[in-house]
Design a protein around this ligand. Structure first.
Ligand code: MLC
Ligand code: AMP
Length: 503
């Protein structure tokens, strides 16, 4: 069976659209670009609060319109013009949301960068995408960026430079690039997935419809704003729905439960590690007060889904997405939410399983057109008829819901963050005492998968030293949770390490 439901009369559209909606009337690109769609809401209801933070600051639509216009003026005053690239690496805040939206409004292309990245990881992004300015909230990272590109202009998230004439706003087209999300795809060093305004808008519209997201909703947004989950779904989804978000720079268990108990939000989005921690709290029943809890970025174990439901009555809605495609497949809002599945294709998304490998192949207005400057990778990333290879292996269950059963790509997902074994292995091999290294993901109750390393050494180094060594070179979440020093790594006849034996 295929649930390739681009066909508007098919079951996927029917399950995701509100009752009575005519699928033929649904337009996933209902504006000239992403921010034009947001600005329609700000003009229609200028007094409605749209962004707030945990410190008590809040902005109405009119204020956000004005603040993002002023911020665009400041970018213009630094000499930036539409098409220029801006690297943004900041903890989530109202200020960074303003800077991000201002950049999009004037046609700049945003490169979000994890705040945990260290010098090498940032230098790779700078070398690959050549930003003209960086918005960074930390001196050390600012220094690394300027080492990577001499003379790179760096501003803090408050953009503390003089005001300047506001450039043309919301004037880009749907095909204009808006974001470049770095991800390793199936192999190699991170590549920049170029997402257009049309991709970003189509995905935000699809989840707005599917999750019945309205202006009355308030999202508790404690995901980072440098990955798709927090940015493309959390922030963009909120503003495309004309709704509001309460931004917190960090996931804090008690803060989430206090918010839920007090009814300060209607929605919460999280990665499975967050739900694991919530499920362990005696106050977890507070979650039932929220209208919608969404999980994604990594598999939500069916037992965790059931445990949350037993303890709180809430049925978490699991969905599936990627940097290159934003949101793809979701359990339904109104229909049955099936634990252990990611649901049915979202409106506009076509899903097909490769007949020989069961790889999930996808197509739709949300799917990116290619990686920045990588013709060979792009040739491999798409089928002849334009479907993108996700690198995830799927099957359909008896109800036609998609289950993700394996990954073809060598990817470890730890707490919702991606870790590529190659990168950690290369860092370990950089230690003079390491002869060879192999890194695998080991099932872990907290992180989903724990980065675990096996090293052949000359006997002069301990596992702890190697953990610290990697921690200085790569983002801390990539550090192995365990390093096993071994005499020899298991190898096959060709000399290749057999990772399945290590797991
Ligand atoms: C933090 N640490 C991690 C980690 N996060 N280790 C492994 N994996 C992780 N994900 C480590 C830190 O390095 C530190 O170690 C220690 O844990 C405490 O750090 P912390 O910052 O206080 O941790 P905490 O706040 O508890 O972070 C856990 C978390 C966070 C789950 C809240 O990881 C998180 O926000 N994850 C969400 C990631 C996300 O947004 N993914 C979306 C990708 S988009 P030490 O030793 O240095 O003290 C995508 C597409 C899609 O995938 O479908 O959505
Ligand atoms: P990223 O490179 O951060 O975009 O990660 C995308 C990958 O996260 C996907 O290819 C999947 O492997 C994984 N992923 C996202 N959502 C889910 C989910 N609900 N269940 C299982 N894996 C998921």
């Amino acid at each position: 069976m295929t649930v390739a439901d681009h066909d508007r009369s098919g079951p996927a559209w029917a399950v995701h659209l509100p009752a009575g909606t005519n699928p033929d009337g649904v337009d996933l690109a209902p504006a000239a670009n992403l921010t034009a769609r947001m600005a329609e809401h700000w003009r229609r209801e200028p007094g409605r609060v749209v962004l707030a933070d945990v410190g008590g600051r809040s902005l109405t639509g009119a204020e956000l319109d004005e603040r993002t216009a002023a911020a665009a003026g400041r970018f213009a005053g630094q000499g930036l013009v539409a098409g220029d690239r801006v690297l943004v690496s900041c903890d989530a805040s109202v200020d960074v949301a303003i800077a991000h939206l201002a950049a999009l409004r004037m046609g700049l292309v945003v490169l979000p960068a994890n705040t945990a990245y260290r010098a090498d990881e940032l230098a790779h992004l700078v070398g690959d995408a050549d930003p003209v300015l960086a918005v960074v909230d930390d001196r050390e990272r600012a220094g690394w960026l300027q080492q990577a590109k001499a003379g790179l202009a760096v501003l803090g998230p408050d953009l503390a430079v003089p005001d300047h004439a506001v450039p043309a706003l919301d004037a880009t087209t749907l095909t204009s690039p808006g974001l470049i999300g770095y991800t390793s795809g199936t192999t190699g060093r991170p590549k920049g997935a170029v997402l257009s305004h049309g991709n970003l808008l189509a995905s935000a519209e699809a989840v707005r419809l599917a999750w019945r997201w309205t202006a009355e909703d308030r999202l508790w947004l404690c995901l980072p704003l440098f990955h798709m989950h927090g940015l493309g779904v959390g922030l963009h989804g909120t503003l495309v729905a004309g709704a509001s978000a309460l931004i917190s720079p960090k996931f804090e268990l008690d803060a989430v439960l206090d918010m839920a108990e007090a009814g300060r939000a209607t929605m919460f989005f999280g990665v499975p590690t967050m739900y694991t921690r919530l499920a362990a709290s005696p106050r977890v029943d507070a979650l039932a007060r929220l209208r919608l809890l969404v999980s994604g970025s990594a598999p939500l174990p069916a037992e965790l889904h059931h445990a949350l439901e037993r303890a709180s009555g809430a049925k978490v809605l699991e969905r599936y997405g990627m940097t290159e495609t934003i949101m793809l497949v979701s359990n339904p809002y109104d229909g049955e939410r099936r634990p252990g599945t990611v649901g049915l294709p979202l409106p506009g998304v076509e899903v097909r399983l490769d007949p020989s490998s069961d790889e999930v192949l996808v197509k739709g207005p949300n799917v990116f057109a290619g990686y920045l400057g990588r013709p060979e990778a792009n040739a491999e990333a798409f089928t002849e008829d334009g479907f993108f290879h996700t690198g995830d292996v799927g099957r359909y269950d008896e109800a036609g819901y998609l289950q993700l059963v394996a990954r073809m790509k060598e990817l470890i997902i730890s707490g919702g963050y991606n870790v590529y074994p190659r990168e950690v292995e290369d860092a370990l091999r950089g230690h003079p005492a390491v002869i060879d290294a192999a890194v695998v993901g080991v099932p872990d109750p907290e992180w989903g998968e724990a980065v675990t390393a096996f090293c052949e050494t000359d006997g002069s180094v301990s596992g702890e030293t190697l953990v610290a060594f990697v921690g200085d070179r790569l983002a801390r979440y990539k550090r192995p949770k365990r390093v096993h020093v071994v005499d020899t790594l298991p190898r096959n006849a060709l000399g290749k390490v057999v990772k399945s034996d290590l797991r």
